[in-house]
Design a protein around this ligand. Structure first.
Ligand code: ZN
Length: 415
């Protein structure tokens, strides 16, 4: 797959709301597998993998080459962001200036529990491995897991981990398709006990198998927050001191929750799978986006609902109407005017095929919308924190169709 720039397309649109750039890679099946698995062996666990990680980098171009050419993962590059699809996880590297230092992080990918030796030889052909005590493979006996470690060009510490308690053995040689999803992200903090307490309270996640003054793991084998005390030396070779750099991570879980550590600029979200009713309402929003596409418009749609009942619908009509503010959410709220106006919106939920822009987010807040379900689109505006700080519960969902519609729309524009 080839990365691409969409800067010119974005300029044509002039507004982030319509100016999505599109990543590649199909993860819907794997996501269904992750969620579906809760009915069997994962019943007691609270998470279903890390959906999304957003990190800073000063080496966007090198990272682009590495993830595409060396690891062989689908990537998309637009403006100042590189989007890597690593199995069911989307990693966004956002470019930052060198003045911010050289951010680096630790994250791990679950691979089939029987493939570590194959992964070791595959990776060794491509990069050096970081050894511990002269050995490539690190045995985490208490976790019943084995791992290998290596660096990307930005100095991130990557890990493939084979967790033998997971029933995810697979046949065949190792390939990039065996990078299933990210299951660990490191958070460097000053007080481990205090952070553990906050995460327990705010995210409802509990300690996995470690909880000391210098190191703790929180969550489960599908998604672990690895808490490391600042300046502790990172595993496996213990040569680099842990430093804190801003990050955002979204974990698939059962109950929506958000946790922000302002001192470190960390944001962790838990996004649940949709119920059948929510899926149906999201499908209605996608239907609106599709109608928008059919009439030559930006394919973004939404519906406003109370419980199961749809009160209003909207789709982006900026192009059709020549009206710069006619985004899907604005169109939807305008149509509510005819049916009770603001009162009808109080406590309602909006289902949208992408995160709203700042203007639409403000409108939703002013009109008393309580919940927002939004498909996660590459290049979409980042209004989540602002919405949550103003009392709107936000759930982001990984879905293929909204992304596909945008991709087709952009292909038409670029012709
Ligand atoms: Zn908007």
């Amino acid at each position: 797959m080839h990365g691409f720039h969409q800067t010119s397309t974005r300029r044509q649109f002039g507004c982030r709301c319509a100016a999505f750039c599109v990543g590649v890679g199909t993860v819907a099946n794997l996501i269904d597998d992750l969620y579906g698995a809760k009915s069997n062996q994962m019943e007691h666990l609270s998470t279903h993998g890390i959906a999304d990680i957003r990190l800073l980098t000063t080496k966007l171009d090198e990272q682009h080459r590495f993830y595409e050419k060396v690891l062989g993962l689908p990537v998309a590059l637009y403006d100042n962001e590189l989007i890597v699809t690593a199995g069911a996880t989307r990693i966004v590297f956002q470019g930052t200036s060198k003045a911010d230092g050289a951010p680096f992080y630790h994250f791990a990918f679950n691979i089939p529990e029987n493939k570590l030796a194959l992964a070791q030889s595959w990776q060794k052909e491509r990069t050096q491995l970081i050894q511990r005590g002269g050995k490539d493979i690190v045995d985490f006996a208490r976790w019943n897991a084995h791992s290998i470690f290596f660096n990307d060009p930005a100095g991130n510490i990557l890990e493939y981990i084979a967790r033998h308690d997971l029933k995810n053995a697979a046949k065949g040689v190792f390939s990039p398709a065996d990078i299933l999803y990210a299951s660990e992200i490191g958070l460097v903090v000053d007080s481990i006990p205090q952070t553990v307490k906050m995460i327990r309270e705010e995210l409802g996640l509990d300690v996995y198998r470690d909880n000391s003054e210098a190191f703790a793991s929180i969550g489960d084998e599908h998604a672990l927050l690895i808490l490391v005390k600042r300046d502790r030396l990172w595993a496996p070779d213990k040569t680099r001191a842990a430093k804190a750099h801003p990050l955002v991570a979204a974990i698939r879980g059962l109950k929506p929750a958000s946790f922000t550590m302002r001192d470190f600029d960390y944001r962790i979200h838990i996004d649940p799978a949709l119920t059948d009713v929510q899926r149906r309402l999201m499908a209605e929003a996608i239907g609106e986006a599709r109608k928008g596409a059919e009439s030559g418009g930006v394919p973004v749609g939404c519906v406003l609902a109370k419980g199961e009942r749809i009160i209003a619908r909207g789709r982006n009509r900026r192009i059709q109407d020549g009206d710069p503010i006619m985004h899907a959410e604005i169109a939807c709220l305008r149509s509510v005017l005819k049916q009770g106006g603001r009162d009808a919106c109080k406590g309602a939920a909006v289902y949208s095929t992408g995160m709203p822009c700042e203007m639409c987010a403000g409108a939703l807040v002013h009109w008393g919308v309580k919940e927002l379900f939004a498909a996660r689109l590459d290049g979409a505006p980042d209004t989540r924190v602002s919405l949550e700080s103003r009392g709107v519960q936000v759930v982001e969902v990984s879905m293929e169709e909204p992304q596909k519609l945008i991709r087709q729309f952009q292909a038409r524009l670029n012709k």
